[in-house]
Ligand binder design. Sequence first.
Ligand code: NAD
Ligand code: UFG
Length: 330
Amino acid sequence: MKVLVTGGTGYIGSHTVVELLNLGHDVVIVDNLYNSQLDVLDKILKISNSKDLKFYEADCKDYEKLDEIFKLEKFDSIIHFAGYKAVGESVLKPLMYYDNNLNTTITLARLAEKYQIKNFIFSSSATVYGEQQSPLNENLELKTTSNPYGETKKMSERILSDFSKNNKDMHITLLRYFNPIGAHESGLIGEKPQGTPNNLMPYVTQVAKGIREKLFVFGNDYDTVDGTGVRDYIHVVDLAKGHIAALLNAHKGLNFYNLGSGIGTSVLELIQTFEKVNEIKVPFEIVDRRPGDLATVYADASKAKKELRWETKKTLEDMVKDSWFFEKNL
Ligand code: NAD
Ligand code: UFG
């Protein structure tokens, strides 16, 4: 199968490209390198032991440029990762987020229609559920999210839902990720945030490495097992494999799935596991809650298991081990 992977040099995209290459698929990456680097390509090739990987540096909002690529490449499938993802930044720069995250999706959908591409997989997020009781299942009505980034995901889902009504033969799959962490076990690819990390795991690894003095734990007065926020962490390699399962088991029309482990882990539990597995201390201080954070978010992961025949395999121990191995190698 020939697969276009937009955002393929990014964190989740690069791991997904490895899995696609491992299975012998033809992969073409389109990325404008806004949040990734070209050297990822060599690393992907090294890990997957393949020689063939095409890359175009292009903006996925650029219809004319992408049209040329589509004409030339004749894709069977699209996995659309390209987008901005920093929640805090989206509050400060909402127009930039709406422009990039919506117009990339619209451009790709137009081209998918023009070239009659069979599969279209879109990176959505658990954030589309808004504030609701976990476990979150796909039948829940979507609620308002607390930031423009979350709204771009909800709007993109709506756009693709309307689009699917006029393209009934297409397989359109919306994947709602929970909290991806971890890295490829080779330590060659992983998440490399620019500046101060917003997310928990890269902050923890930077504290362990001595780049930052201590972790700030945002609140210990939530109604959870130990008062700290609970999330559903998923190893990025399991998440990448979820995309393969979605490609191979996709069916006609619009379908959406949670990709999570179904297990809730608190901030303190994650820190303790990190310290135990990696035998390294992570100094932390409890501070005020972060505005917009929810107490508990975890998936009901049964729909993907039943329909995509996919479930997570890796443990929290694997996640903290691989995250630390990647950070040490940087
Ligand atoms: P990432 O920033 O590592 O990767 C995204 C890639 O897209 C980057 O390489 C960037 O350069 C590229 N890109 C951005 N705008 C582009 C454009 N206009 N044209 C071409 N390339 C462009 O992010 P990630 O963590 O790999 O996330 C991938 C997708 O998954 C995003 O859509 C994100 O919103 C979504 N998602 C991520 C998480 C998470 O926690 N990482 C959770 C839920 C959903
Ligand atoms: N946390 C800290 N200290 C930090 C960073 C995070 O205590 O320095 C806590 C948060 O309060 C939360 C947990 O760690 O309880 C996880 O926080 P993250 O920022 O890692 O992840 P979020 O659940 O807030 O958000 C992530 C993605 C979003 C996505 C959302 C829902 O960043 O893009 O999951 O899936 F929308």
